[in-house]
Design a protein around this ligand. Sequence first.
Ligand code: AOS
Ligand code: ZN
Ligand code: ZN
Length: 388
Amino acid sequence: MNDTSAVKDALRRQQIETPSWAYGNSGTRFKVFAQQGVPRTPQEKIDDAAQVHRFTGVAPSVAVHIPWDRVDDYAALAAHAKEKGVRIGAVNTNVFQDDDYKLGSVTNPDQKVRRKALDHLLECVDIMDAVGSKDLKLWFSDGTNYPGQDDIRTRQDRMAEALAAVYERLGDDQRFLLEYKLFEPAFYMTDLPDWGASYAHCLKLGPKAQVVVDTGHHAPGTNIEFIVAFLLREGKLGGFDFNSRFYADDDLMVGAADPFQLFRIMYEVVRGGGYDPETGVAFMLDQCHNIEPKIHGQIRSVMNVQEATAKALLVDGDALRAAQESGDVLGANAVFMDAYNTDVRPLLAELREEMGLHPDPVAAYQASGYFERVVAERKDGQAAGWGA
Ligand code: AOS
Ligand code: ZN
Ligand code: ZN
């Protein structure tokens, strides 16, 4: 796409979901650093997410995490989001933070634990109904630490059984997004370690089961854009959990470690027809801000995704195809790199002004006084969930 106004139109339609847990205190297993002005309630996390949307114009939804965002009245929580100008997006399940899950959740050898985990997943579908969410995000920490600890194949049977039960419970306009992760917290064997395993389970279940690609969950050197291209072609790419990975699942700001990789991923999204919100590919952030300010970090992350997207949209498709078809290896690569090397910041600043926004979302947020206000108002902010 070369025409600037078409690129801007596409960018105007982009929707990037921020996670409620990005606004709470977070850290490593060594230390959670408490920050000032951090939300005390799920409602306040939504308020912060609304600020990201207010200044970027492209972050209209916020993912919730159960039980971290547990409330008595979910319909009221959805109404609160609406009042603040955003909506609740994916409902994230949590079957990893309970003593019972030491040996796994849905793959646990103990039937009672498996039942408890499944009940939680089904309860999350009830919550989806109440808040009007279409996406259930499933991530399992299940796996083993020692060879022989449990039977790998039987655990796959248990996984399949649980996924089938969740699938059955989904409404017509709901789906689940199945995440995979190479390792951590299990270190010898993970029950859903890669996209192939997630894909195979989803394929068996049907169209309401799709794969989510967390950019931090791969072995070093993995060609993530290949995975994206493959899943899109099969109609199985449900969405992304964007973040940056330096060593393992660092969950740092998307675009920080490897902006070129993010561009390559976004190019495959655009190329594969997964860009428009109607196609159902969810662009979610899965990040935490342990040492940096959180709302500011989310705004920067949204901007990083926007920049990579703008560059991907700028790839001259005709020139690229011509070079590819004539076997012009370096010509094709040059077309690709031209787009990547374009400074898209002026275009995005212009777009924001056209959208009635300040051209510099970070500066506008900092000048708004929101942070100072919440620092004064909120004492004893809530931990995001980890190490609380
Ligand atoms: C865990 O590593 C995954 O990335 C999940 O998406 C997880 O649910 C999320 O990080 C919130 O805990
Ligand atoms: Zn994730
Ligand atoms: Zn992760």
